[in-house]
Design a protein around this ligand. Structure first.
Ligand SMILES: Nc1ncnc2c1ncn2[C@@H]1O[C@H](COP(=O)(O)OP(=O)(O)OP(=O)(O)O)[C@@H](O)[C@H]1O
Ligand SMILES: [Mg+2]
Length: 335
């Protein structure tokens, strides 16, 4: 078997602030294979954005990576490098950030400058990575805008970001992210700001591009509904840890961690059928004061005993390629 494109192991990040020390990531591990679509799901504040920012070393000033590695097979020479060990401003990191791994965000206005046309901004991105003539660059811009489903791409290239609708702007940002021929696309809540029909179309677009271009996709969302039809494999995150991982069907049909089960209960029906929605009890503990034991024990309704408050459960296999960190599934938990 070939090695994965990205192999994140035991990644921890600490932020030192006047108010205290924040631990947003506490041993995150996950993998993404070449061309694979993976979802990272969890409530607000669980560390999703921090994880993707750590990959590209765009962390807040007082943040540091305190453990782990981020092995990544770069396109330049297929060599595996540890992104966690690179300096944030090294040439290698710049190459990865602009060339290998692209990001799209919830709010496209932050990706674009308001004072240049989208065509010029995409062209600039192309020229950073390829030495194309200006005519070839112009053609590539139109091709990219066409690829993301923007009608009349030749004309739209002359528009300024504010002239496009929200959905079209989101498409233009995706075109810009693709301009460097990335291997991995990180999409952080890419559709949260859009209305439901536009959201569905943009998700379909991301999925089509991922398949057609053989892109690896890391889709970050708090909404399980978003990943249901878009990714193959899911990582569920809670308080800076992966608490469950598995193929998307297994996660939906047989959630093994009480947190995943609670997340599923808290979303409106995915199938359109009515269902009783139960918000998860309690709130996420502060990242300034991590609870002892299993981080979910303060809200869990299925605790097996005092061990839940004392020890961190090991990751246990619960099915094919399906693992969870919960004492329900370990010997210590009395099973
Ligand atoms: N600059 C910072 N200083 C201190 N704490 C921070 C900083 N940035 C993020 N955090 C904390 O780190 C934790 C993880 O934040 P992160 O932004 O990764 O969450 P998220 O899962 O992306 O949430 P959301 O769904 O709201 O985007 C949170 O507790 C957050 O408050
Ligand atoms: Mg976030």
């Amino acid at each position: 078997m070939t090695s994965p494109l990205l192999d994140v192991h035991d990644l921890s990040v600490r932020i030192t602030r006047d108010e205290g020390v924040v631990r947003p990531l506490n041993g995150v591990s996950f993998r993404i294979n070449t061309g694979q679509a993976v979802g990272i799901v969890g409530e607000s504040g669980c560390g999703k954005t921090m994880t993707s920012n750590a990959l590209l070393q765009i962390l807040p000033p007082a943040a540091e990576i305190t453990s782990g590695h981020i092995r990544y097979r770069r396109k330049l020479d297929e060599r595996e490098i540890d992104l966690a060990a690179l300096a944030a401003h090294s040439d290698e990191m710049h190459q990865i950030r602009g060339g290998d791994i692209s990001m799209i965000f919830q709010e496209p206005m932050t990706a674009f400058s308001p004072v240049h046309t989208i065509g010029n901004q995409i062209a600039e991105m192309i020229q950073l990575h390829d030495s194309l003539s200006s005519e070839a660059t112009r053609q590539r811009v139109v091709e990219l805008l066409h690829l993301v489903g923007i009608p009349d791409p030749q004309d739209r290239a002359h528009d300024y970001p504010f002239q496009l609708s929200g959905g079209m702007r989101q498409r233009a940002m995706i075109a810009m992210a693709l301009a460097s021929n990335p291997r991995l696309l990180i999409a952080d809540e890419p559709t949260t700001a859009l209305d439901v029909t536009v959201q569905a179309r943009v998700l379909k677009l991301i999925q089509r591009l991922q398949r057609e271009l053989g892109l690896a996709l890391m889709l970050i969302t708090h909404d399980l509904g978003v990943i249901a039809h878009t990714v193959e494999y899911v990582y569920v995150m809670y308080m800076g840890r992966i608490v469950e991982e598995g193929p998307v069907a297994a996660i939906f049909d047989r959630p093994a961690h009480p947190y995943t089960a609670a997340l599923l209960q808290s979303i409106p029906s995915l199938t359109g059928k009515r269902r009783h929605i139960e918000p998860i009890e309690g709130s996420v503990p502060s990242a300034y004061a991590l609870p002892e034991g299993c981080p979910f024990h303060t809200r869990c309704t299925q605790k097996v005993g005092p061990i839940c408050e004392q020890q961190m459960p090991a990751s246990a296999e619960v099915g094919p390629h399906h693992r969870a960190r919960c004492f329900i599934h370990t010997e210590e938990g009395g099973e």
